[in-house]
Design a protein around this ligand. Sequence first.
Ligand SMILES: C[S@@+](CC[C@H](N)C(=O)[O-])C[C@H]1O[C@@H](n2cnc3c(N)ncnc32)[C@H](O)[C@@H]1O
Length: 589
Amino acid sequence: MSGNIYTEASNFLLNHKTGSLKSRIYSAHNASQNPRASPARLYALIMETLKHQDLLNEVIENSGILSVEKKLNHTIALLLLHDHLLLKPGKDCISLSASHPLKSAVLRHKARLSAELTRSRLRRGFPTVEALKVAAKSCEEGTTNIPRWVRINTLKTTLKGVLSTTPFDSFTKVVSLQSIFDPPENSQNVYYVDANIPNLLAFPVSVTQMLTSHKLYAAGALILQDKASCFPAHILNPPPGAHVIDACAAPGNKTTHLAAIMSGGCGMHGKGRITAFERDPRRSEILLKMVNQAGANGIVEIRKASDFLKSNPQTDPHLGYTTHLLLDPSCSGSGITAREQAESILTKFTPLTLPAQSHSVQAKKRKRPTSPPPLEPENEETPTIPNDEAAAALSTRLTTLSGFQLTLLLHALSFPHAKRITYSTCSIYCQENEHVVVAALLSPIARERGWKIDSELSMLKEWKRRGIVEEVENMAKGLLKHNEELDHSWVKDVAMGCVRCDGGDGTGGFFVACFVRETDRSEVGYTFIQEEEREPQGEHEEMFEEWEGINDVVEAREGSKLPIISAPKKRNKAPRNSHKRVKILRRKK
Ligand SMILES: C[S@@+](CC[C@H](N)C(=O)[O-])C[C@H]1O[C@@H](n2cnc3c(N)ncnc32)[C@H](O)[C@@H]1O
């Protein structure tokens, strides 16, 4: 199995060492007596495969190919499927001889793989493979105004310390971000100190290789993190003794940022703690690695393969006094640039360990014959999907995602001692952003507990781009009971409390909102209750059913019952006082 471009590419992916991928490929090529694949082709294969990794993973998992084709491993399969399915749609472009066992292992399942690709592509709203590739490319082109952002990890070093280390001590400080793209006298050795986020530097993208091969990077003192992705922890701003939850933590950029903020740059974090939940076992390992590398393990407790929705602040003493929550759930990723996607996947690439025989009923039934039969073929033809069907697929996906995001947010709002919560996505769609925020604010639990939006945003006062007023207004109009009037200053406040990034100021597409409570009633009224005393059903699940603002419930892809937030219904019944109908936590007698 050795000696072809796929095994070579797989070695680069699996044996990740410091240094940029490009430099590693080129130096290996120069050092080799007998170079095989051209370094440019090898680099392109890896980067393009990583760009489409999520989609290809889905195809691999749903087709069950790994459970019958024992010659394939996950990494090789990713690379082969890229060339087979995406390089030139409709033509097989695997660069191996027709009889090569790896090629045969893929071609045996041609029909099934093509059908799974179509399904995954449509789920993402792309009518054709070309459309998928064009979107990835235009995203990449849109990255020309994004510098290489580097967060100085103050758990390990200081800004001053970095700037006095070679070669940064020879770099020139520029006073505008624009100068990073247009450096003086053709010198690439410039840096810009960000005006919004402390300890964040911007460099020209061309110095990435130097950065990633620097000893400070290997030591976890430099963290490549986009500016917008620093907003949630910066806005949440937990003090040193806070009890914080990072609800959706992997790979861990925001977790380690929180840890640095809580240490106040002096390595002390008082009695504070961060509990980091991550549902996905594979991503939990990445989180663990990142937290250790950043020196945040003293303050972060990782809940590996744990669902935040199953956490119970009333029975778990570690969670009961949570004051701050950072919620950065899975989203459409529509704001992520292709470059970020490919590079972040590359530095964190871990091959999937798929459960043996996953999703392949046929494979379970049969003993593996010497020459495995093709998986159950589905649709031989790749259907041509009209644009309106693609739009419908996207709309369905956004409905599912926003229902899931709202469920997580309502769970966060239910923490009895919580007083500050950030909700963020790397999406540009209002369905995942303003709509979720409005639905959460108008929910019974938010009203009962006195949750508001932090429209002052003192941590980011000077940021100009805020939420979309019309989207806040329309969503609120649809959700309000008909005895409730829409207060326009409330609409304005909510929009002001939403931070949007849309590609300006060196950021990709991003959204953050911060929920606050002025008075923490829980401190005087609420107490822990024993598991057996709890209501038989999740408390706010019941509220969904009673609250007719988001009264429809669907079986969603995540497998749980999620509220639809995009289609509020008008009630015909006489309005009831929603405040009175809200169930509340048991109070101290
Ligand atoms: C957008 S990513 C988080 C990125 C992370 N905050 C960072 O900055 O590095 C969302 C993560 O949430 C995880 N996740 C989704 N639902 C979850 C749940 N119910 N409980 C815990 N983790 C969840 C996903 O597996 C994924 O790793």
